[in-house]
Design a protein around this ligand. Structure first.
Ligand SMILES: [Fe+2]
Length: 264
């Protein structure tokens, strides 16, 4: 990762904050606050990590009537934004967390199951970004061929998968998330429940689809009817296009069967 020094340092130091070791990513805005105050051969500099608010990949009214614009305005515009602003505020006081991608920040602050204070906000930002992209207007229906085959292999049938996903959502204790994720060690898909903002990436697993089971995700549209909410998600919103793309990327890390070697 990029080197960092918050204290005044010699101008010739290799720790100059502009000496990034890799390109910046669009989703992560890093900005430099440089006071430009010279003290003899030294100058004072301060570098802050700052993450930008990612917008859902559709208009806020695009998921109507299944998820209302009002829900998106509050869920994305207030809750998601609140986690992000909370994270940026925390990072102002923790220079050691400068330079990470959001994935890396979540894993580092999870700290092998002993989460650092920044973990909750970082994880909630990550999970919400992932959730918005787990839905699409005109979603639902049946997954594409490759994902469907893998679901049938690992759950027995698509119907079995649906039942497991719904059961997990209805039996989740407290607030949290339901995932269809690729277990990297077992090399199979599984339905996973997590509490609060925890994402399976902290254990090295690869999420394919997520569903937010925090009350702020469904209460305005469905009150306490979680059955209706989960079924609405599976029938009308889940983005199997996103799942297909995520599975394709996952296959670069997990061998799901006998290698098929292309022959020219
Ligand atoms: Fe949420």
């Amino acid at each position: 990762m990029a080197s960092f020094c918050s204290r005044p340092f010699p101008a010739s130091s290799h720790l100059l904050a502009t000496d990034f070791s890799r390109p910046l990513k669009i989703s992560k805005l890093l900005y430099l606050q440089r006071k430009g105050q010279f003290h003899g051969s030294q100058r004072a500099s301060k570098v802050l990590a700052f993450y930008g608010l990612t917008t859902p990949p559709y208009n806020l009214d695009a998921l109507e009537p299944y998820m209302s614009q009002r829900t998106l305005e509050i869920h994305w515009g207030k809750h998601h934004r609140g986690y992000l602003e909370g994270l940026n505020k925390q990072l102002e006081n923790n220079n050691s967390l400068y330079g990470y991608t959001m994935d890396e920040l979540v894993k580092v602050t999870y700290n092998n199951g002993n989460p650092l204070p920044e973990f909750n906000n970082a994880a909630q930002v990550w999970t919400h970004d992932f959730f918005w992209e787990s839905m699409q207007p005109g979603g639902g229906k049946i997954p594409g061929h490759g994902v469907l085959l893998q679901i049938e292999k690992d759950f027995g049938s698509f119907t079995n998968f649906r039942e497991k996903f719904i059961e997990a959502a209805l039996t989740l204790f407290g607030s949290g998330w339901i995932w269809l994720a690729l277990k990297t060690k077992e090399k199979r898909l599984a339905v996973i429940k997590t509490s609060n903002g925890v994402t399976p990436i902290v254990w090295g697993d690869i999420p394919i689809i997520s569903l937010d089971m925090w009350e702020h995700a469904y209460y305005l549209d469905y009150k306490n009817d979680k059955v209706k909410y989960v079924n609405m998600f599976l029938n009308n919103l889940v983005s199997w296009n996103a799942a297909t793309a995520r599975m394709a990327r996952a296959e670069a890390f997990v061998n799901l069967g006998e290698p098929k070697i292309p022959v020219a």
